[in-house]
Design a protein around this ligand. Structure first.
Ligand code: AP5
Length: 247
């Protein structure tokens, strides 16, 4: 039975309009430690699901490379493996959400990362007509994280992510997709990696309890091969669609 026309008539809107409204406004949040594979998966599913991939790490690295005022503040903080202050990150995120492509849904990668960021995001989502987010916690053992980060190379042109151990490019140092030069992130140096993992434990891990209490938390075993993690994410999205009808 098609429930849409009945529901639409109750609300005084057309059935097509109702369907459209029900399909809008889904926020996904990919949570997890550095190296868990959030960026790799967000890039893949963003294409499949037709949603923008919003990585605060990528936005900050862009600000650093442009030498903007934000970039100048963020650069030394990121080089130490610490978190950029909440107020700066929140302002950057709000500005990004104002862009048209984020109106109907998006995938956050690396945001929120502190309780104040999560609390503020709640208010932002509510203000923009979004329902409860789908928060996916990427669970991986620390020894795997260190191996992944030490082997990561990223395309300097398109941002494609490789790994010398598990996902090497066809030609060493060259991006398969656009031929760009592959580079290592400065914060993947071993001493900075340890600080990033500590910052995650201290400031970001408490978010799993925050979102569990909200009834929004899902978990994936992110130590599995990439294709299996992508499949688990598709299942999570499908379950969420089954619960509330949004896409
Ligand atoms: P950010 O860029 O967000 O880095 P991160 O959270 O530390 O996460 P990573 O990008 O290192 O890891 P990932 O989980 O995306 O893993 P990836 O897919 O690359 O943040 C950088 C800095 O910016 C922060 O330290 C902070 O200073 C600042 N910042 C950013 N957001 C902030 C915020 N909200 N507030 C304050 N400060 C903020 O995968 C890693 C490697 O593993 C790759 O080589 C990949 O090929 C490989 N791999 C992935 N999945 C698999 C798999 N399933 N099997 C085998 N290998 C895999």
């Amino acid at each position: 039975m098609d429930l849409f026309p009945a529901a639409a008539s109750v609300c005084g809107v057309g059935a097509a309009d109702w369907r459209l409204r029900m399909s809008l406004n889904r926020a996904f949040i990919f949570l997890g430690p550095p190296g868990a594979g959030k960026g790799t998966q967000a890039k893949r599913v963003a294409q499949q699901w037709g949603l923008p991939h919003l990585s605060t790490g990528d936005m900050l690295r862009e600000a650093v490379s442009q030498g903007s005022a934000l970039g100048k503040i963020a650069k030394p903080i990121m080089e130490r493996g610490e978190l950029v202050p909440d107020d700066l990150v929140l302002k950057m995120v709000e500005e990004r959400l104002d862009r048209k492509d984020a109106a109907n849904g998006f995938i956050f990668d690396g945001f929120p990362r502190t309780i104040p960021q999560a609390e503020e995001l709640d208010a932002i989502l509510e203000g923009r007509g979004f329902g409860k987010p789908v928060v996916v916690d990427f669970v991986v053992a620390p020894d795997i994280l260190v191996r992944r980060l030490s082997g990561r190379w990223t395309c300097s042109v398109g941002g494609e992510i490789y790994n010398v151990h598990d996902a090497p490019p066809k030609v060493p140092g060259v991006c398969d997709r656009d031929g760009g030069k592959l580079v290592q992130r400065p914060d993947d140096r071993p001493e900075v990696v340890m600080e990033r993992l500590e910052a995650y434990e201290r400031q970001t891990k408490p978010l799993t309890d925050f979102y569990r209490k909200l009834g929004a938390l899902e978990q994936v075993d992110a130590s599995l091969p990439m294709v299996d993690v992508t499949g688990a994410l598709a299942n999570i999205r499908q379950r969420a669609q089954g619960r509330d009808g949004r896409l």
